[in-house]
Design a protein. Structure first.
Length: 280
């Protein structure tokens, strides 16, 4: 398992590089549409946006993600069993600090973990999860999420999510620029009607393909990460049936899913934006 985790970390680094390449490609395209010599400037602007988002995330990215999911921190007096389980799994996993614990007021059974480092980790669960699972099952889910922290999956998902967010932002900007230049822009005013149409088509293609490509790269290692987190959970709890039973209950939920943004959704035990029963 340790070799698989090490291999996954190497693939994660490659994946981040690929996402950054897509981001720079988007920047170059925007710069080129604006001015045939503006490609390098577009790359610089794209990387500037990415660095700004990265710095913001490093300063308090976990808080932003938790806030966007509607999570609120709880104390030991409010949820003693939940915090006891988190403390048990922290000891079993060898994390240096007990993750902070949050609850999301939503009937959908789900959970996720965030943390750029194990010392900054947080675990969030929904009220629906607490209501539907027994202690062994809840322990399995918590162990699974702490497995993501221990394996540094939460770091990767945060960095990848930021990069994908920047790509989507630039794709939207590219589409707007393409529309502007296609209808009444500087180039079309010089009589370049055909060029304007080409620019418009290229803008549409980039605006659609780039975010899709970024999302595909984003999810490339997702399934393997889940298997490794499952294996970690079995090691921490010494009782794999608890997690298996929990996942069966979670996948069988047929009610309304959580309303979360695309950056947070892949971090959940079950992707709220995926089809019913689909997991990240």
């Amino acid at each position: 398992m340790w070799e698989a985790i090490t291999s996954n970390k190497r693939k994660s680094a490659v994946l981040i590089v690929l996402l950054a390449s897509v981001l720079m490609g988007m920047g170059y395209a925007i710069g080129f549409v604006t001015d045939p010599d503006g490609g390098p400037y577009g790359v610089l602007i794209a990387m500037g946006i990415w660095i700004l988002m990265m710095v913001t995330s490093m300063a308090g990215g976990e808080k932003i993600l938790l806030f966007s999911a509607g999570a609120r921190e709880v104390t030991h007096n409010e949820a003693p069993q939940l915090l006891n389980i988190v403390e048990e799994m922290q000891i079993a996993s060898g994390l240096p600090v007990t993750p902070r614990v949050f609850i999301i007021d939503n009937p959908a059974p789900n959970a996720f973990a965030v943390g750029l480092t194990p010392k900054r980790a947080s675990v969030a669960v929904t009220t629906g999860l607490l209501a539907r699972l027994n202690r062994d099952e809840l322990q399995g889910v918590i162990a699974h999420e702490i497995g993501h922290v221990s394996n540094r999956d939460t770091l990767f998902m945060t960095l990848a999510g930021i990069t994908v967010g920047a790509i989507i932002m630039l794709a939207d900007l590219f589409l707007r620029r393409g529309l502007r230049f296609a209808f009444g822009g500087r180039r079309s005013s010089k009589g370049g009607g055909q060029a304007a149409i080409v620019i418009f088509i290229v803008a549409i293609v980039f605006a659609i393909v780039a975010p899709i490509l970024a999302q595909l790269l984003y999810f490339a290692c997702s399934r393997r990460r889940e298997y490794l987190a499952d294996a970690s959970a079995a090691q921490f709890t010494r009782y794999p049936d608890g997690l298996a039973s929990a996942l069966e209950k979670i996948s069988g939920y047929a009610g309304e899913n959580l309303a979360v943004n695309r950056a947070v959704a892949p971090m959940f035990t079950v992707n709220p934006l995926a089809a019913a029963g689909g997991s990240t």
